[in-house]
Design a protein around this ligand. Structure first.
Ligand SMILES: O=P(O)(O)OC[C@H]1O[C@@H](O)[C@H](O)[C@@H](O)[C@@H]1O
Length: 270
């Protein structure tokens, strides 16, 4: 993969690694905080925590959070299956195969060794989509007369959390900067598209049809990759090869595992 990349991507990756190294140096005394922030943005918590919480407070917001979490992670998985290096393995691969010696070394942590491809960032995408959706909902239904101050507070909080999650992903060297930016923007765009409250009027049939569509999309992508003669699990091999500790490689971080969880949550919700 590395050898086939155009020069521009190598340049982007090299500049990205320098930024990551700087972030690792700046926050070197805050490893626990960084790992906590990366957990805050983990898409699995959109299903385990944010959806049920939002559902308790406001049914239609909760339902929309579930749909947005599911659609954004599905889109993220399909977008990323084919490509996307991760810094923690890229620095080693580029040294080994391209003999580039001036690549900075990166620290690894217990949450670094994600096994799926890196582009775009799923944490950034699901966090931005879910929080944007909760934010717009709060402005609409949260308090009786939402003024300028409340709206500003909502969007300032949204921005702070999103930036913090993105920095934590860079700090643990699991994403390049352009991947978290791409994920954040795509998440917001998706939340804008699913902003209207159509999800409240969906019937059991809709849930089944959508779940089948999502599963078919994954199946077609997976089959397409194999037909193209590529290995759909190429990133898992790289994760196993370059992760500093084998116990840090968790197969439940693959896009395929996430698809199963997302679609089952959707059907289970009904
Ligand atoms: O692209 P990212 O941010 O590394 O996220 C990939 C995966 O990271 C895993 O940790 C999550 O459990 C998955 O739900 C997610 O899809």
């Amino acid at each position: 993969m590395i050898g086939e990349e155009p020069g521009i991507m190598e340049y982007v990756h090299l500049r990205g690694v320098e930024i990551i190294q700087q972030i690792q140096h700046t926050f070197r005394h805050h490893v626990d905080l960084m790992q906590f922030l990366t957990r805050v943005g983990d898409p699995r918590y959109a299903f385990l925590i944010y959806f049920p919480l939002a559902y308790c407070f406001h049914r239609s917001t909760g339902t929309r959070v579930l749909w947005i979490a599911c659609l954004s992670e599905w889109l993220n998985g399909v977008l990323k299956i084919l490509h996307g290096e991760r810094p923690y393995w890229w620095v080693n691969e580029v040294r080994l195969h391209d003999h580039v010696v001036n690549v900075p070394s990166l620290e690894q942590y217990s949450l670094t060794c994600e096994t799926g491809p890196g582009s775009p960032s799923g944490h950034a995408m699901v966090t931005s989509a879910v929080l944007y959706s909760i934010g717009t909902s709060f402005i609409k239904h949260g308090v009786k007369h939402t003024g300028k101050l409340e709206r500003s507070l909502v969007w300032i909080s949204f921005t702070i959390v999103l930036i913090a999650v993105n920095i934590s992903r860079l700090f643990i060297a699991t994403h390049f900067p352009h991947q978290v930016v791409a994920g954040s923007i795509t998440g917001i765009l998706l939340a804008e598209v699913v902003k209207h409250e159509h999800t409240n009027h969906l019937t059991f049939c809709h849930y089944i049809v959508w779940s089948l569509l999502l599963v078919s999309g994954v199946f077609l992508t997976y089959t397409g990759i194999i037909l193209l003669g590529l290995n759909p699990l190429w990133s898992l091999d790289l994760a196993k090869k370059w992760c500093a500790r084998s116990e840090w490689v968790h197969p439940d971080t693959t896009p395929f595992f996430a698809f199963v969880r997302d679609v089952s949550s959707l059907i289970g919700k009904y």
